[in-house]
Ligand binder design. Structure first.
Ligand code: NAD
Length: 249
C-alpha cells in the first residue's frame, strides 16, 4: 500500500531511543532508507544495526539538533551517502517537569534549544534539498501537551505548542513546492522519557487514557509513515493526535 516510500530516504532525530527508534524500525521495514540521528552514538548505532539485521538499510549519524552546524553536516552526509533526502521526522526532544515560577532561565533555554530550535533548524536545513529534488515530507513530533495545558510542565507545553504552529507556518510557506509538513501529537507512549514524570503526574495521566493503556512507539511511527507517504498527498499543516482517544473526552 505504501510502495511510493520504498527507497526514499528519511532522517529521524532522537532515533537512539523510544519513539525515534520505533520510527527507524517501522520506516526501515517499509523499505525506506533510514538515517538514525542522535547524540547517543552507541545506542543510535545499535538501532541502525537492528534495522539492517531486519533486512532494511540504515546508518547512524551523530547530530545535536540544537546546533545548526550539526544539521548542515548531517544533511551533507545524508546526501553524499544516499544521494537524496525525502523525509524528515523531527522527533528528538526532552521532558522535565517544572512549573512557570520555579523554572530556571538555564533549564528554560535548554528545553527551547532542543524541543523548539531543534525543529526549526531541522526544517531550515532539509528544505533546500527537498526543493532541489522537487518535494518531500516533514513530520514534527509535538505532543498532546502541544495542544492542551496542564500544571507543572510549563516549558514543555511552550516548546511543543511552538512545534505545532511552526509546522503550520512551514506548511504554508511550502504549500506549492511539493513539500508537506504535519505534526503528530502523541499521548502517553511507553518510552524511557516517562521516567521523568513525577509519580502523581504519571498516575493522573494513565487514569485519563480512554483506551486504558500506553501507546507503543510503533503506533506513533505508523502515523508518521502514513503522513510521509502519497496516501497523505492532500494533507499538510495538519495536527494528528495519536493518543488512545485522550483528546476526544
Ligand atoms: N513518550 C511519550 O509519552 C511522549 C508523548 C508526547 C510526545 N513525546 C515526544 O516524542 C519525542 C520522543 O520522545 P521519547 O518518548 O521517545 O523519549 P526518549 O527519551 O526515549 O528519546 C528521546 C531521544 O532524543 C534524543 N535527544 C535528546 N536531546 C537530543 C539532541 N539535542 N539532539 C539529538 N537527539 C537528542 C535522546 O538521546 C533520545 O534518544 C520527544 O520529542 C517527546 O517530547 C513523547
Amino acid at each position: 500500500m505504501l510502495e511510493d516510500v520504498v527507497n526514499k530516504v528519511v532522517v529521524i532525530t532522537g532515533a537512539a531511543s523510544g519513539i525515534g527508534a520505533g520510527h527507524a524500525r517501522v520506516f526501515g521495514a517499509a523499505g525506506v532508507k533510514v538515517v538514525c540521528a542522535d547524540i547517543q552514538a552507541d545506542q543510535g548505532e545499535s538501532v541502525a544495526a537492528g534495522v539492517r539485521d531486519a533486512g532494511g538499510d540504515a546508518r547512524f549519524t551523530e547530530l545535536d539538533v540544537s546546533k545548526l552546524d550539526n544539521w548542515q553536516a548531517a544533511v551533507e552526509d545524508t546526501l553524499s551517502h544516499y544521494g537524496r533526502l525525502d523525509f524528515l521526522v523531527n522527533n528528538a526532544g526532552i521532558y522535565r517537569p517544572a512549573g512557570l515560577v520555579e523554572e530556571s532561565e538555564e533549564a528554560w533555554q535548554h528545553m527551547v534549544a532542543i524541543n523548539q530550535s531543534g525543529v526549526m533548524y531541522g526544517m531550515k536545513s532539509v528544505i533546500p534539498a527537498m526543493l532541489k529534488a522537487g518535494g518531500g515530507a516533514i513530520v514534527n513530533i509535538s505532543s498532546l501537551y502541544g495542544i492542551i495545558g496542564s500544571a507543572g510542565s510549563f516549558s514543555y507545553h511552550a516548546t511543543k505548542g511552538a512545534v505545532r504552529l511552526m509546522t503550520k507556518a512551514a506548511a504554508m510557506e511550502h504549500v506549492n513546492d511539493g513539500i508537506r509538513v504535519n505534526s503528530i501529537h502523541p499521548g502517553q507512549i511507553d518510552t524511557p522519557i516517562l521516567a521523568n514524570l513525577t509519580p502523581e503526574l504519571d498516575a493522573a495521566i494513565k487514569a485519563r487514557i480512554p483506551m486504558g493503556r500506553l501507546g507503543a512507539p510503533e503506533e506513533v511511527a505508523r502515523a508518521s509513515l502514513f503522513l510521509c507517504s502519497d496516501m497523505a498527498s492532500y494533507i499538510t499543516g495538519e495536527e494528528l493526535r495519536v493518543d488512545g482517544g485522550w483528546c476526544a473526552t
